[in-house]
Design a protein around this ligand. Sequence first.
Ligand code: 5AD
Ligand code: SF4
Ligand code: FES
Length: 348
Amino acid sequence: FEIKRLVDQAFQTASLTAKEITALLAIDLTELDYLLEAADRKRSEICGEEVHLRAIIEFSSYCKQNCHYCGLRKDNQALKRYQLQKSEIIETAVMAAQLGYQTVVLQSGEDEHSAAEIAAIIRSIKTKTDLAITLSLGERELSEYKLWREAGADRYLLKHEIADQSLYSDYHPGMSFTNRINCLKELKKMGYQIGSGVIIDLPGQTPEILARDLLLCQELELDMLGSGPFIPHPETPLKNSKQGTVAMTLKFTALSRLLLPFAHIPATTALGTIDVEGRQKALQAGANVVMPNVTQGKYREQYQIYPDKICVNEEAGDCRQCIGGIINSLGRFVSTDHGHSMRKEFVK
Ligand code: 5AD
Ligand code: SF4
Ligand code: FES
């Protein structure tokens, strides 16, 4: 394959075959810049220089699942768990709005939170603020998704993690890839803007699989697509596996922009964790979103999905300032609108 020709084709048509994507994911560092620069140009063309911020509230670290890579997995008994009160969640959202955020992401492990209580929280945040609300609560009953949508939730984030049935089953005991994809499709039908995402460099993952991930994301018509490197957590079965690389994460980010030009693409915290300049690099390789943490004080370090997560010693205001500085230093600016989906069905 001629790498430049493939990049140009992706730039112009947003369409490549699995084989072509695989070839681009396998390029070495000497050819990387051409791909990343094309994605940066596409980002500029579609999104302009504005960057959307999404404030994440990690409101509960309880999880009933046992994903092999994740520090919040049920069998990690070394982790001290917490669950914020309803009033604390609402207060944190109000504080995020006061800091200028336009979106809050309510995120937790998979827990049996009462659906009615989540709906009440959504309604209260919508009454008190003008925030867009993203939910990131894992797999639930369709009736519960519907209830939350009616309560005012705008978006749902549910990463499919890896587009390979067999590896998906290995890493997610008791869970089903089919059900996960079905949840995303049903959420879309309910009018949610949907986001998914991938862990880069999970053991056993190949460029062929990552190519399938991208084709699946196209097929799902995602409004948002994130990718972060795998970071081994000492209290998990994957503790001795190799950490994901910056290069593969950037290649995937760039291809995400070229193949799903209208998707919102975050520069992830996981990438910022393995490389101090990670988020800056992603913002210059197709990303147009950053998702800073607004969780209060002591809870941050307890939401330990992976070790050495950045920002655990900072407060919401610190991160807001820090990230504003990073964005401005790249000649970009923080958006003042909600940053809803850029897909045509959502653009008014
Ligand atoms: N490394 C990187 N990302 C991880 N996630 C969970 N564990 C890890 C890890 N060890 C991501 C997954 C999941 C979200 C909670 O965090 O993509 O969706
Ligand atoms: Fe739970 Fe999500 Fe972690 Fe899996 S990835 S163990 S569902 S918090
Ligand atoms: Fe939290 Fe930089 S974003 S300190």
